[in-house]
Design a protein around this ligand. Structure first.
Ligand SMILES: NC(=O)c1ccc[n+]([C@@H]2O[C@H](COP(=O)([O-])OP(=O)(O)OC[C@H]3O[C@@H](n4cnc5c(N)ncnc54)[C@H](OP(=O)(O)O)[C@@H]3O)[C@@H](O)[C@H]2O)c1
Length: 291
């Protein structure tokens, strides 16, 4: 297959490498000419372009079979989210809908679930987040679902939990630096997924996904922040992080929910490599020589 990865970064690069290893022809788009050598070494043809600029589509390769949109606005605010996720996706649909595309995968986020009562959420749960940036992701999903319904656009939406793996995992990095803080009583739930399993879920969706599918990509064990820190402390022989003001955390409008991965686990062609953070972070600690 000819595959175009839009936003060939932390997730897109290892995804492209694996697809190239499987014999697919892979193109990887970024705005900058950064990581050219890294992309080429992974068997990916690097492309430069910006999906917020419709004019940039003129020189993208046509006749692609699969497109994966793993673009990220980084830490941008609502305006940046709107430009990159919503308008960027609109430009992609307009460009791709007239072509005979086989599959379009979009990596959304479990932040579309605004629930804050610790309840279990699955793909049929309400997506009414309080945060403006998460609302843009909900709008982007609706745009894709509309295109799937009315234009038979072959979109599959993956709602991805907090990604961790080499060099990533915000709380883990803070913990290692001695800067982590337990929010209040630490009862907020974290939903995580290892990079390897994000890549695996995208490949399974490319191979088997059906137009309009929505799938949560999260591991088997949502865990409270306190439990996570207790496990890290025991594993690394370091002290438990001190508590921080819970009100400050609450003001940030953080969600608190348990994300169901039942649909992911019954999806054809997919098995979790790291069923929980315990296996995933043990692998990461070994990689870093910490254990
Ligand atoms: N990280 C998480 O915990 C998490 C959780 C849930 C969902 N997700 C989703 O997972 C996906 C992958 O995230 P990631 O961590 O791999 O992101 P990343 O490392 O920041 O990679 C994103 C890539 O997109 C490129 N890019 C940014 N704006 C662009 C634009 N306008 N046009 C073309 N390329 C652009 C960036 O390269 P340049 O800067 O060179 O353009 C970068 O290579 C994203 O859709 C993200 O929203 C992530």
């Amino acid at each position: 297959m000819r595959v175009l990865i839009i936003g060939c970064g932390y997730v897109g690069l290892p995804l492209g490498a694996e697809l190239a290893r499987r014999g697919h022809e892979v193109f990887g788009l970024r705005r900058s000419a950064s990581a050219l050598d890294e992309l080429r070494a992974a068997g990916i043809t690097p492309l430069a372009g910006d999906i917020t600029q419709p004019g940039d589509f003129a020189w993208l390769p046509g006749n692609v079979d699969w497109v994966v949109n793993t673009v990220s606005s980084g830490k941008g605010g609502a305006a940046e989210y709107r430009a990159v996720y919503l308008e960027g996706t609109r430009h992609l649909i307009d460009w791709l809908a007239p072509q005979s595309l086989g599959k379009f995968i979009y990596t959304s986020s479990t932040s579309v679930y605004g629930q804050s009562d610790g309840s279990l959420v699955d793909e049929s749960s309400a997506t009414e987040p309080a945060g403006e940036t998460s609302q843009v992701l909900v709008e982007t999903e609706r745009l894709l679902q509309g295109a799937a319904r009315t234009r038979d656009f072959p979109a599959v939406i993956l709602r991805v939990a907090g990604i961790y793996g080499p060099t990533r995992g915000h709380l883990f990095q803070q913990f290692l630096r001695g800067e982590a803080r337990t929010a209040g009583d630490g009862s907020r739930l974290l939903n995580m997924i290892h990079l390897d399993d994000v890549v695996g879920s995208i490949i399974a969706a490319l191979d088997h996904g059906r137009t309009g599918d929505v799938i949560n990509v999260s591991d088997d064990e949502p865990v409270t922040q306190l439990e996570f820190f207790l496990w890290l402390s025991a594993k690394l022989g370091k002290p438990l992080p001190p508590s921080a003001d819970e009100d400050a955390q609450r003001k940030r409008g953080l969600t608190n929910k348990r994300v169901s991965n039942a649909r992911l686990k019954s999806a054809p062609g997919f098995t979790l490599k790291h069923p929980t953070f315990r296996e995933g972070y043990t692998a990461e600690m070994s990689r870093l020589g910490l254990i």
